[in-house]
Design a protein around this ligand. Structure first.
Ligand code: BQZ
Length: 690
């Protein structure tokens, strides 16, 4: 038994507080076992082919109010609005079978729409609105229910693909005959514009930051109206199929974007980005619903897209739900409203709200179902590891980054952290687990023996600060820079965190307090969502509090975000304005390991490479983990076709995972929430057939 466990055992036996234990020097070890937490409801694993297929059906149906548009000559026949072979969802995979039309899903979101130009980098407010508006080439959200032996991204706008013999060319086939919500054809003109004028244009950064590195440095060429090829330097970079899912390859309507782009007559990149303000209704989408109303700080209302390219196996054009609301509020209010029944959906992800949400949902008359999933919500603090100017730091910022690049400084930060206390400060009980950083415990590539954990010990933290050349030379309780750095003043590290979530704020404030106890001064920089994203993407931070994304759970989604494999792929180390990367040796080793993983098709080799990655990441504290805990899906009980065991976050968020276009409200349970019944989206707003 190593000395860490002996001292912890000793502490339990003689009742010594954790603080006293922390007064001893402790060595790195493996992380303590996470408290057992049983997810409620397990997915029923299926093959990908069990969910849907692309095929032509003999006939198609549509809601009566949409048929009225056809009868009035305002829309083509439904069969003409659908692709040759629409996506056909199999009723056998629908938990409650074929649905009926009507009904509304009322989301509450904490973000705010900047505009509809996802491709110019604008946010639509998150919370599922962009997931619904911008369909992508492949889809990974529902993979939580796909048998691990059959794991590969689901076709979506790309209905199929094949690799060349040498694995260096991927040929992709688009669904044929699909149309944008304004009737314009969806085809490789949209791919060409997305690739050449968004991804490859250095002046444009799409919302989720997709770059050529995201796709393993592919080159792309158009073959015909529904076919394109991607070519690679390395063989079979299969992660690129995941990179074609939400966030990274979701083409925009080139017929309206192109004229605003500076390369095609648009005034400027700034005007391109802002060319489609939220007030512009009926913006063309491939998603199931289009925008009909926007009331600032109040609500966004969407109505069904009459050209949506998916049907059920009875030929009913989807979606079943006619209307979607995105009430513009706060993330905390989303939980409150979902539990109270005035909202319909929430990813319960702010641990401070768990006890009240659980209490209310346990009552017999509770309007919503609440189901905890696996422990996939986790937070880390990320050090800015660039020393060559990314984010243009001032003298102080530069001095802190030099410290960040010193492993002893990062070890001091990690051993100063009482992670148990931090997790309990959010919520007591079996929810939170000590999270050292790196891949999450319990996930498919996790290996405990490869995970290095620097346990809580203020004594050890002070030792590592000294090793990093930091001592409290002026006796005020805070470590100072060496005399020849910043005049030997107190080290003052800034911590960037998002202000839209109480959890992010609480963890950031807890981190500041805990660091002070260890003698390090930290100044908090709390910014709202978009400003927080802009600051972290552009390197304007010393450290930042980060809610981890899918790569730490699945590895295969966002793989290139695991390490600095490209000059804009990592979150804590990107190129400076001259395009130079100053990777530390172990960072280069980590990047090489991730690239080897991407290039490998051997399951055993991939498992071994992820062990190497985990050791490099956690031993070198590429990130400093804080806490990890399970999220819970809260959905109003009137909705049908909610898949069992749908996690709030895994390959994507639950707004993608539950396949909302198949969700329905039984006709006798529709409480009349529609704000624009009988209407369809148009540039003029909601229009009726009459
Ligand atoms: C889920 C999600 C759907 C973004 C966003 C938001 C942005 C980040 C992150 C989450 C919100 C909800 O997360 O918190 O539960 O509904 O929208 O997109 O935090 O600020 O930039 O990565 O997904």
């Amino acid at each position: 038994m190593n000395n860490m466990k002996i001292s912890a055992l000793a502490a339990m036996l003689i009742g010594v507080s954790a603080t006293a234990v922390s007064a001893q020097m402790v060595d790195p070890t493996t992380p303590p076992a996470s408290p057992k937490f049983e997810a409620q409801g397990e997915p029923v694993f299926v093959k990908r082919s069990d969910i849907f297929e692309f095929m032509a059906l003999d006939n198609y149906n549509e809601p009566d109010f949409v048929k009225a548009f056809v009868d009035a000559g305002k829309l083509p026949l439904v069969a003409e609005r659908l692709p040759k072979e629409p996506m056909v969802y199999k009723s056998s995979n629908m938990p409650d079978g074929i649905g009926n039309y009507g009904g509304v899903m009322r989301h509450v979101i904490g973000g705010r729409p900047e505009g509809w130009n996802f491709w110019g980098g604008q946010s639509q407010g998150w919370g599922g609105i962009d997931i619904g508006l911008t369909e992508c080439l492949t889809r990974t959200g529902p993979l939580f229910e796909v048998d691990p032996s059959d794991l590969e991204p689901l076709p979506n706008l790309a209905k199929g693909w094949e690799w060349s013999e040498d694995g260096k060319t991927l040929t992709v086939h688009l669904i044929e005959g699909a149309k944008w919500s304004d009737g314009d054809p969806f085809d490789t003109e949209d791919i060409d514009f997305y690739w050449n004028d968004i991804v490859m244009d250095p002046e444009v950064t799409p919302l989720m930051g997709a770059s050529q590195g995201t796709y393993s440095n592919a080159n792309l060429e158009i073959v015909d109206a529904s076919t394109f090829k991607m070519t690679f330097d390395t063989a079979f970079p299969e992660q690129v199929l995941y990179a074609m899912a939400y966030g990274n390859f979701c083409p925009g309507p080139s017929h309206v974007l192109k004229p605003a782009h500076p390369k095609y007559g648009g005034e400027s990149y700034e005007s391109f980005r802002n060319a489609f303000p939220p007030e512009q209704l009926g913006f063309p989408v491939m998603g199931a619903w289009g925008v009909v109303e926007y009331r600032p700080d109040d609500v966004i209302v969407l109505r069904r897209n009459p050209y949506y390219w998916k049907v059920d196996s009875d030929g009913n054009q989807l979606p079943y739900l006619d209307e979607m609301h995105y009430r513009l509020s706060t993330w905390a209010d989303r939980d409150v409203q979902a539990v109270a029944g005035t909202g319909d959906f929430s990813n319960l992800e702010q641990a401070e709200n768990y006890v009240e949400a659980l209490r209310r949902s346990a009552e017999a008359d509770a309007p919503a179902r609440l189901a905890f999933g696996p422990r996939t919500i986790g937070y880390s603090v990320l050090p800015n590891l660039s020393a060559n100017g990314w984010g243009t730091p001032d003298e102080r910022g530069h001095a802190v980054r030099e410290l960040n690049r010193d492993l002893n400084f990062r070890k001091a930060i990690s051993t100063a952290l009482d992670r148990e206390r931090l997790g309990n400060s959010l919520v007591k009980g079996p929810f939170t687990a000590i999270y050292p950083g790196g891949l999450y415990a319990g996930t498919s590539f996790y290996d405990e023996a490869s995970t290095v954990y620097y346990p809580y010990s203020v004594e050890t933290a002070k030792h590592y600060f000294e090793e990093a050349g930091l001592v409290d030379t002026d006796g005020n309780g805070f470590v100072n820079f060496p005399a020849d750095v910043m005049g030997g003043e107190d080290v003052n590290m800034t911590l960037l965190a998002q202000s839209d979530y109480s959890t992010d704020k609480n963890l950031a404030e807890g981190f500041v307090a805990i660091m002070e106890e260890a003698g390090l001064k930290v100044t908090l920089n709390l910014l709202p969502g978009k400003d927080y994203d802009d600051a972290r993407y552009s390197g304007r931070f010393d450290w930042h509090v980060y809610r981890n994304t899918s790569e730490m759970i699945t590895v295969v989604q966002n793989t290139t975000q695991l390490a600095p494999v490209g000059d804009t792929t990592a979150l804590q180390h990107r190129a400076n304005d001259a395009g130079e990367m100053d990777l530390l040796p172990w960072e280069q080793e980590m990047a090489d390991t991730v690239n080897a993983f991407i290039a490998s098709r051997d399951a055993a080799e991939r498992i071994d490479l992820m062990k190497q990655y985990q050791k490099l990441h956690t031993e070198n504290l590429y990130s400093v983990g804080l806490t990890a805990y399970p999220g819970a899906l809260i959905i109003n009980k009137r909705f049908a076709n909610i898949p069992a065991g749908a996690p709030i976050f895994m390959y994507n968020w639950a707004e993608d995972n539950i396949i909302r276009e198949r969700v329905y409200v039984p006709t006798d349970a529709q409480p009349g929430y529609e704000l624009h019944p009988g209407t369809l989206p148009s540039p003029e707003g909601p229009v009726t057939a009459g």
